[in-house]
Every structure is written in structure tokens, then in C-alpha cells.
Ligand binder design. Structure first.
Ligand SMILES: C[S@@+](CC[C@H](N)C(=O)[O-])C[C@H]1O[C@@H](n2cnc3c(N)ncnc32)[C@H](O)[C@@H]1O
Length: 280
């Protein structure tokens, strides 16, 4: 399988394979070797990928992902974490739930994270109304469906008891005068909870600035790896690499990474972005 190796500024290696992750995971990865898998498989909702057919019969799709889960479980360490991002479309909202049930055959669902892409908040503060209208989403024109501004990230583990570094992505307490009451208060941070607002960057041209039809922000992958625990993480994998956003997160965090992508156009784009010195 063709591969490309990119060094980080520190001592880590980003290794990208052009090929099928089912074959690659079995051939190139040792059993019990991966600490964190952050990935977003195809959702089977008819996304227009270059190569992959995203509209196969649902049973076939779920079997395919079930087979993937079996191989992923073998290469994952016993105390490893999978962060599986799954979205849907308004006319086919069952996909994430069906995928979660398929994963249940192999893993424990330790946490459910809601990736919020856009939100409107109206808040009354000291008698003054504050409005926040932020983020990006694909607007749909419909009398039946509301805009979809959110996706799931399922945190799957082998036994449901992986200890997390919650404060690595913690947020400041609202009332700092009360923090001494809580044991973690000394850091001035509390657990962020499971609703993560992470917007896409504002772009000028879809084709030029985000040349993939279903990518996530590198920040999402970064937060998942931090939550699992930076210090204990030696190897991160994204078997459905796309244009390499999990790899970008690993480059920023200086973590070893391995990824697979079947589509040469996306693979080449990932290599190009990762080889750029300053990609922020
Ligand atoms: C939802 S996208 C992932 C996007 C990625 N998270 C990003 O931010 O760029 C799924 C990707 O999986 C790739 N893919 C589909 N089947 C694959 C397989 N068997 N092995 C490796 N990649 C595959 C598709 O070409 C597509 O780029």
C-alpha cells in the first residue's frame, strides 16, 4: 500500500496510507497498539464522494461498519478510546442511532458528545437581553424539516471504564467565588459537559478552502484526544482520513498518527496540508 510519512516539529510521525482501512489495519497495525481512534466513517446518506459509494443498502452498510468495529477493537488498546463522529440528514435521521446499536455489539458507549456547529442563544443578563447567533450549517429549504446544526460523537470503549482528562478541555466556572467547594476547583475550571460548540472556519470557496464534502474541524479531533489524555496517548488513528483533520490535530499536539484513505484526491490533499509548515 502506498504510504507517506511526515515528521512533526517534535519527535512524532504522521503516517498516511492510500488504501482500504480494513486491509491496512490488519496488515500494518499491531494488535493492542492504538490509544485513540478519532474518525468519521461515511454516513450512507448519499454524500457525493469522489470514489466511495455513499448510498448502499442500509443492512449492507451496517454489516460493513460492524466488520470495521471488529478489526478496530483488535488494534485498540484495552484502555483505548474511539470517538466515532456520525451525522445524518433530516430525511434520514436514524443513521447515528442504527450505527450506535451496531457498535453496541462490540463496545460500551461510555459518553455521547453533541458536536454543535451553530447555535442561537438568547440570554437575559442584569435586565439586558444578550443575543448570540454563531456558527455555520447547510441551510435546508423545507416545510417539514428544521436545519440540522449538530452531529453525534460516540465515545466507545472496551469496558466503559476509561479514565478521562476532563479538565484538559475544561471551561471556567461561571461563579469563581464558589469554586473552592469542588475538588477540581483549584484549577478554576469545570468539566465542559457533552455539548461542544465547534464551528467550521468561515470559507470563501468550498472547493478551494474545504475540498471534501464531509470533513470535521481539526479542533474536534484535538479535543477528543485531549479528553482521552495527552500524556498517556502514544498513537492515534483515523481509518477514514479524508483530508486529514485528525492528522492535523496530531501534528499540533505532537502525537504519532496513522491514517488510511481510499481516495487519492483526498489523500493528496491531506499530504499537501500536512506538509505545509504553517497550516493554521
Ligand atoms: C466522512 S469522510 C471523513 C472526513 C475526515 N474526517 C476529514 O475531516 O477530512 C469519510 C472518508 O472515508 C473514506 N473511505 C471510505 N471507505 C474507506 C475505506 N474502506 N478505507 C479508507 N477510507 C475510506 C472516504 O473516501 C471519505 O473520504
Amino acid at each position: 500500500m502506498y504510504s507517506k510519512e511526515i515528521k512533526t516539529k517534535g519527535s512524532s510521525t504522521i503516517k498516511l496510507f492510500l488504501g482500504d482501512c480494513f486491509v491496512g489495519m490488519e496488515k500494518y497495525l499491531e494488535k493492542n497498539s492504538v490509544d485513540v481512534i478519532v474518525t468519521s466513517p461515511p454516513y450512507n446518506i448519499g454524500v457525493n464522494y469522489n470514489e466511495y459509494d455513499d448510498k448502499i443498502p442500509r443492512d449492507q452498510y451496517l454489516n460493513w461498519l460492524g466488520h470495521w468495529a471488529k478489526i478496530a477493537k483488535e488494534v485498540l488498546k484495552d484502555d483505548g478510546s474511539i470517538f466515532l463522529n456520525i451525522g445524518s440528514k433530516p430525511s434520514d435521521p436514524w443513521v447515528p442511532f442504527e450505527v450506535a446499536l451496531e457498535m453496541r455489539k462490540h463496545f460500551v458507549l461510555q459518553n455521547v458528545i453533541h458536536w454543535i456547529k451553530s447555535i442561537y442563544i438568547e440570554h437575559e443578563s442584569y435586565g439586558e437581553k444578550v443575543e448570540l447567533n454563531v456558527g455555520h450549517y447547510k441551510p435546508i429549504n423545507s416545510k417539514r424539516y428544521i436545519n440540522d446544526t449538530h452531529e453525534y460523537v460516540f465515545h466507545l470503549t472496551k469496558h466503559g471504564n476509561v479514565e478521562l482528562d476532563r479538565l484538559s478541555i475544561g471551561v471556567p466556572y461561571k461563579d469563581q467565588s464558589n469554586i473552592a467547594r469542588w475538588s477540581s476547583g483549584k484549577y478554576g475550571l469545570r468539566c465542559r459537559g457533552n455539548s461542544w460548540y465547534i464551528p467550521y472556519k468561515t470559507i470563501q470557496s468550498r472547493l478551494k478552502d474545504r475540498p471534501h464534502p464531509a470533513s470535521y474541524p481539526a479542533e474536534l479531533a484535538k479535543m477528543c484526544i485531549q479528553l482521552h489524555g495527552i500524556e498517556k496517548t502514544e498513537l492515534v488513528m483515523d481509518p477514514f482520513l479524508g483530508i486529514g483533520n485528525t492528522a492535523i490535530a496530531c501534528k499540533e499536539l505532537d502525537k504519532n498518527f496513522v491514517g488510511f484513505e481510499i481516495d487519492k484526491v483526498y489523500f493528496d490533499e491531506a499530504v499537501r496540508i500536512l506538509e505545509e509548515e504553517d497550516y493554521a
